[in-house]
Structures are given as C-alpha cells and as structure tokens.
Design a protein around this ligand. Structure first.
Ligand code: EPZ
Length: 419
C-alpha cells in the first residue's frame, strides 16, 4: 500500500490552482443520464470518485469518452436500470443515479448504500421524496427498488436539508409531470451548479441556493456543454496548509463567497486573508489563535472542512477551541490519529475541545476517511520530524494531484510506493 511521507517544518509559499469540485461533478455526471443527446463537461477532476461514477453510468448504458481534461457523455438509451452493490459500496454517491433512472425509465434498482466512517448515512429523505413523486418503493435483499409509470410533481418537505436528497429529487422532478416544490432544500453551491446544468439541458429549476426550489417538469432534456464550479473544500484545505505551515500562499480558481465561513474563521484565528475575484491570498501569523466552530448546512461552516480546521487548531496558541460537528454523528475519526502526533483533544459526543500545543511531532498515522486524511497531511506539514500516512485510497477519492500541488508550494512530501 502506498504511503505519504512528509517532513514537516517547511513554510509553504507560491500559488496553487483549485480543481473542479468533486461534489459538483458527481451529481452533474449522474444528471447526464437524463439527456438523449450528448453532454460535454469541459473539465473534470482526475479523481477515483469520478472514475467510479463514470463506471456506474457506463454500466447503465452511457458512452463516456475523455475529451482532453473533460468528458463527453452520450446516453442514447438506458440499457440497465440496476446499480449493483459493487459500485454503490465503493461510493455512496452512486445512489444519485436513482433520480435520473426513475425520471427517464420509471424504474431503478439500487443497492442500499452502506454507512461509512463518518456516519450511518441514511437515505430515508430520498425515498420519502420519491414516494411523494408517485414512485412505489420496495426494499429487500440489500436493494431499493423504485417504480413509477410517470412521476407526478408534488410538494416535498425535507426534514433535514440533505444535499444528496435535494439533488436526487431535483433530477427526478425535472422530467415529472407538473410542478414540484422542495422545501427546506439544501442550499450548497453544488446544488446550484446541478440546477444550472439541468437548466442548460432544458429543465426548469428555480430557487436553487435557497430553501425553496421549484421545478416545472418538462417532457425531454437535451445534452449541454458545461463547466462545474471550483472545489471550495480543496480551496479551504490549501488555505489551511498555508496557515498551519506559517506560509504565504495564493489559492487560485476560488469563488470566495462559497467559502465565506472558512475565510471568516481563518481571520478570527489571526490568519490574514486577502480576497480577490477568483483568488485568495493567505498569509499565516507566527502563531494562530484558537477559534470555535460549529458545522452547519450551507451557508454555515462546512462539515467537510471540520477535520482540516481541527488540525490547525491543534497548533493554536493561547487557549482552547470548541469544535462542534452537527451534520454527521461520527466525524471525529481523525482525532485519535492527530493525538498520535501530540495533539491535545478531548471529545464528548459531537463536541471536541482542542487545546493548542507548541508543536506536533511526526508519527505513522492512517486515513479513516477523505477529509480526515487531508487533516493528517496538514498536521504533517506542521509537525517536527517525519509523518507517514497510510490508507491513501481515501485521499485519492477527493483530491486531484494533492502531492504535486503541495510539493509545488515547497513542502517536503513524497508518495512512497507500498509493498
Ligand atoms: C454530501 O453528502 C457530500 N457528498 C458530503 O461530502 C458532505 O459532507 C455532505 O453532503 C454535507 O455537506 C457529496 O456531495 C458527494 P447529506 P450527502 O445528505 O449528500 C442526514 C466529502 O467529504 N440524512 O446532506 O450524503 C445524514 O445522515 C463528502 O466530500 C438523513 O438523515 O450528505 C447526515 O447526517 C463527505 N437522511 C446529514 O443528513 C437522508 O435521506 C447530511 O447528509 C439523507 C441524509
């Protein structure tokens, strides 16, 4: 198994370009199942998750062809309406094919996505919405089967502003008969990006980015040319890399409004952030100050930045930080690994109290999930000595060319090919 080997203590400097957003491109790729003519996504990130979702839609009947940094996707007809367990267990987001399959064919049989390290990840809100749109749902043998002669528009209230449920239901409603209203919808930028792509395909989706989304079903959707938004979580990760290493880094291809809570918390921690139209320059102080965060659905502090921010708070000076995780029930898997590097963290339920230490020390640690892995890389940049990180499959899922990008900023990092 490959390992990352980082020798800490180097101040990062220079500039780094953020890739297209993983959590925007995945639902956009599933949405291509809705169009009978070709789509062109002009630039997609080279990620394991993108490869997985492409394998899923190819299995269902899509033709996927690389076009430079992008993908041409053509789905003249759906050959298969079942997404087997092997795909779904590799990546839960495969469940996002249910909405498009139901909308286009009236049938879908998807393996139940299991939980993962950060939580049980239920899909009850997806299923409740599909039922309200007129689908019959049958559960059994580890699969969810949905059938509907024709989806009929409905009013759907989401008990929690679930990103995936909002995305799945927008896609299903786009070809339903009549009007659908989704209330208490997720407001994430990735939801807006999906709505913009669907509208480019001929859909009628209004209000994305607010709590109430209105979809007027249409009879057919057509291929479109599209570019997804930059990855706000990758951008935030690099900003923290600058802050934790005492460096000065310009992060390019950023939509600062998408990451406002992180910029605000970095400022509160004493990190100087200059915001440009499509960039942000981060200048670290000698020592960061403690700051409290509470993760919330957008526009709150993003849960996907909580592990990375905890790594930064592990080396703050002058007090303790209170980190509350309200979105997932088990998203502190990185705590024990950070403690192996000398971090002082106490967890009680969904709250972690982080007492800053003068310096972390390098150690052998392992990734438990994608963002936990990113947090360990950040901690390794600041630690004295050598940090060795294993289970890199988690990082490969969500960060394009992470080692090259961080090395280009002056870090002493290499990927050791494993036995
Ligand atoms: C998306 O996951 C992202 N993944 C996650 O990013 C992100 O952490 C999450 O949204 C929250 O922002 C992709 O976009 C591919 P949710 P998703 O449905 O859609 C509960 C990363 O690191 N819930 O908004 O699965 C659920 O248990 C990943 O890039 C239900 O109760 O998230 C959780 O507590 C990690 N019932 C909360 O909602 C449901 O039917 C948020 O889940 C669905 C969700």
């Amino acid at each position: 198994m490959d390992r990352l080997v980082i020798t800490g203590g180097k101040r990062l400097s220079g500039s780094v370009k953020v890739s297209p957003a993983k959590n925007a491109v995945l639902p956009v790729i599933t949405a291509t199942l809705l169009a009978k003519t070709p789509c062109l996504l002009e630039e997609v990130p080279a990620l394991a998750d993108v490869e997985t979702i492409c394998s899923v839609i190819e299995y269902l009947g899509a033709e996927v062809v690389k076009e430079g940094p992008g993908l041409k996707i053509y789905v003249p007809d759906i050959r298969q309406t079942e997404a087997p367990y092997d795909f779904v267990r590799r990546m839960r987001a495969s469940f996002l094919v249910m909405g498009p399959l139901l909308a286009r064919t009236g049938r879908a049989r998807i393996a139940l996505p299991g939980g993962c390290a950060i939580g049980s990840r239920p899909i009850d809100l997806h299923l409740k919405g599909f039922c309200l749109l007129g689908a019959e749902i049958i559960q059994g043998h580890g699969y969810i089967e949905a059938r509907a002669r024709k989806l009929i528009g409905s009013r759907i209230y989401l008990d929690f502003p679930s990103v995936g449920a909002t995305e799945n239901l927008i896609m299903a409603a786009s070809l339903a008969r009549g009007k659908t209203v989704i209330e208490n919808a997720a407001e994430e930028p990735e939801v807006v990006d999906l709505a913009n792509f669907l509208n480019a395909m001929g859909a009628s989706v209004k209000g994305a980015g607010t709590k109430v989304i209105r979809i007027e079903g249409v009879s057919e959707l057509y291929g479109a040319i599209y570019n997804v938004i930059p990855d706000r979580i990758e951008a935030g990760t690099f900003m923290i890399a600058a802050a934790i290493s005492g460096g000065e880094v310009t992060v390019e291809n950023v939509i600062c409004d998408h990451i406002a809570p992180v910029l605000a918390k970095l400022q509160e921690a004493g990190v100087n952030v200059v915001r440009g139209d499509t960039w942000a320059k981060v200048v670290a102080p000698e020592k960061v100050k403690p700051a409290d965060i509470k993760t919330m659905p957008y526009p709150g502090f993003p849960t996907d930045m909580q592990p990375q921010f905890m790594a930064l708070m592990s080396v703050s000076r002058g007090g303790a930080s209170v980190i509350t995780e309200t979105v997932f029930e088990n998203r502190f898997m990185h705590v024990n690994e950070l403690k192996r590097m000398g971090a002082k963290i106490k967890v009680s339920g969904r709250t972690a109290i982080v007492q800053g230490v003068k310096q972390l020390t390098g150690a052998r640690v392992k990734c438990t999930d994608l963002r936990a892995g990113a947090a360990l890389v950040l901690a390794g940049l600041a630690a004295r000595g050598e940090t060795e990180i294993s289970n890199l499959q988690h990082i490969d899922r969500g960060y394009e060319s992470l080692v090259d990008k961080i090395k280009s900023l002056g870090a002493d990092i290499k990927r050791a090919r494993g036995a």
